[in-house]
Design a binder for this molecule. Structure first.
Ligand code: SF4
Ligand code: SF4
Length: 112
């Protein structure tokens, strides 16, 4: 990962990390984020290993209570607002069952 990408990831993670300043400060930071995340999950490919949940830096995922047809618990997004689309979930998934995508926030799109 290049220095620019690392800086970008740090900036986005800073905006989503839990802090001691309370929810409103966290929300302000989120509002200023340059990216929002989208997560795509192929439930039937999942084997329920939980890597994606474990390695998500923003606690955006949890394993579903429901089973897929193979009898595993696939992940679900529990806090889309906190997802920055870093795709760590996709990098750790051994079955290519999940990936995250980064989109520019509306504010940043408007800026060009
Ligand atoms: S892309 Fe995946 S790992 Fe990254 S914040 Fe979103 S759910 Fe978590
Ligand atoms: S890492 Fe992949 S296989 Fe493991 S629980 Fe997440 S989506 Fe399912």
């Amino acid at each position: 990962m290049g220095a620019a990408a690392e800086k970008e990831m740090r900036e986005n993670q800073e905006g989503t990390a839990p802090d001691e300043g309370g929810a409103s400060r966290d929300q302000d930071k989120r509002a200023k984020r340059r990216f929002r995340g989208e997560v795509y999950i192929v439930r039937e490919r999942c084997k329920g290993c939980g890597f994606c949940v474990e390695f998500c830096p923003n606690q955006s995922l949890a394993l579903d209570e429901a089973f897929n047809s193979k009898g595993y618990h696939p992940p679900v997004v529990v806090d889309l607002d906190s997802c920055n689309g870093c795709d760590l979930c996709g990098l750790y998934c051994p079955d290519f069952a999940i990936h995250g995508v980064r989109r520019k926030t509306k504010e940043k799109r408007d800026e060009g």
